[in-house]
Every structure is written in structure tokens, then in C-alpha cells.
Design a binder for this molecule. Structure first.
Ligand code: GRF
Length: 201
């Protein structure tokens, strides 16, 4: 069984989708704990209501201290993978270096287009006809590491920002667990910067 920890800052719909897939046995992994930099994040309340362990990261004491608390918990719970799901902080290069290729993130655009915290709005306002979702490994730069999977979302003339957000989130909730399943099974191989997948996807 793969051990994972989920980090979030907000509403936690991706955490919830992953927790449901774990509970149904689609994703054979254990959520050791859900951590947040925000004590009143809706996702933390939801994690508690699901009976998951939670951890508050004390960023008010500085990034170094917050990452020390996280690191200790990751070690004590023997966590294999750190899964970012709307975690709105940059992890330090030291932390990322220590957990190299063991941190994964989901981003609501087709990277490298529209990195940053307002990707759906940025893509919508730019007027692109196709956007989407990216799951990638985390490196020291924002929304930058090797891409594991992407799925496109078409923006129709009838779409509003709200309808686009709904479409993107629906794709996220499907793409993340499927990608993690392949990742945890060790099916991704690295060829240069390119992550390839072995066997049927
Ligand atoms: C998602 O759009 C994710 O791609 C981005 O942050 C958002 C988190 O949403 N990184 P939620 O908290 O999982 O609902």
C-alpha cells in the first residue's frame, strides 16, 4: 500500500475526490494525513469529517519551521508521496530537493501555458479555445516540473468563467487519481524531461 499525504489551502474538492477513490479501492493508497497552512480551510474541515488525520503547518513561525513540522510528520508516517491539491505555498528548494520526484501537483491549465494562481481566469480572459488540466512532478520552480498527464477542455462560445471552472474541476477529479494510480505503480519512466508511461493507459 502506498502512503500519501495531501497538502491543501482551500476548499479541498480534489482531496475529497482522492479520498473517495481510496475508499472505493480504485486508488490503492492510504491518506496518512491532510496538511494545510490555513487552519480554517474548508478542505481541513472536510478531511476531519471523513475521519482523516490533519496537520496545521505553522507558517506564522516561518517557512523553515513549517517545513520542519511537515518533514517530521512525513518521516514518522513513512509517507511515500506528497500530493499537492490546491496548496498555495511554494515549498523551499531544500525541501523539494529532499523529496525530489516524490511531490506531485495538479494545475488547472495546460502547462506551460497559464502558470500561477488564477490559471482558469487567465485562460478564459486570454480567449484561448482550448485549456485543460496538468498533473506534474514538483521542482523548485512554480508550476514547472516534469509533466505526467494532461487533459484538454474546450472553451465554447457559451462558456462563462463559472461554467469553465466547473468543467475544469470535473476533469481534475478524474485525471488526478488515474495519474496517481500509474505513478504509485511505478509505471512512469523519465526520458530526458519527458515522462512516458509503460503499458496501457
Ligand atoms: C484546483 O483547481 C487545482 O488544480 C489547483 O488548486 C485548485 C484546488 O481546488 N492547484 P480544490 O481545493 O481541490 O477544490
Amino acid at each position: 500500500m502506498t502512503n500519501m499525504a495531501i497538502l491543501l489551502s482551500g476548499r479541498g474538492s480534489n482531496m475529497l475526490a482522492l479520498a473517495q477513490r481510496c475508499a472505493q479501492g480504485d486508488l490503492e493508497a492510504k491518506i496518512c494525513f491532510v496538511a494545510s497552512d490555513k487552519k480554517d480551510a474548508y478542505g481541513i474541515m472536510m478531511a476531519k469529517s471523513l475521519g482523516l488525520k490533519t496537520l496545521l503547518l505553522p507558517y506564522e513561525e516561518g517557512k523553515e519551521q513549517a517545513e520542519k513540522v511537515l518533514d517530521e510528520k512525513l518521516q514518522s508516517d513513512s509517507v511515500d508521496w506528497i500530493v499537492l491539491a490546491g496548496f498555495m505555498r511554494m515549498l523551499s528548494p531544500t525541501f523539494v530537493g529532499k523529496y525530489e520526484k516524490r511531490i506531485v501537483n495538479i494545475h488547472p491549465s495546460l502547462l506551460p501555458s497559464f502558470p500561477g494562481t488564477q490559471a482558469i481566469k487567465d485562460a478564459f480572459e486570454y480567449g484561448v479555445k482550448v485549456t485543460g488540466v496538468t498533473v506534474h512532478l514538483v521542482d523548485e520552480k512554480m508550476d514547472h516540473g516534469p509533466i505526467l498527464s494532461q487533459r484538454e477542455v474546450r472553451i465554447c462560445d457559451e462558456d462563462t468563467l463559472e461554467s469553465l471552472e466547473e468543467k475544469i474541476h470535473a476533469i481534475e477529479h478524474d485525471l488526478y487519481w488515474q495519474t496517481l494510480k500509474n505513478l504509485f505503480a511505478g509505471r512512469f519512466k523519465m526520458k530526458g524531461r519527458r515522462m512516458t508511461i509503460e503499458g496501457p493507459y
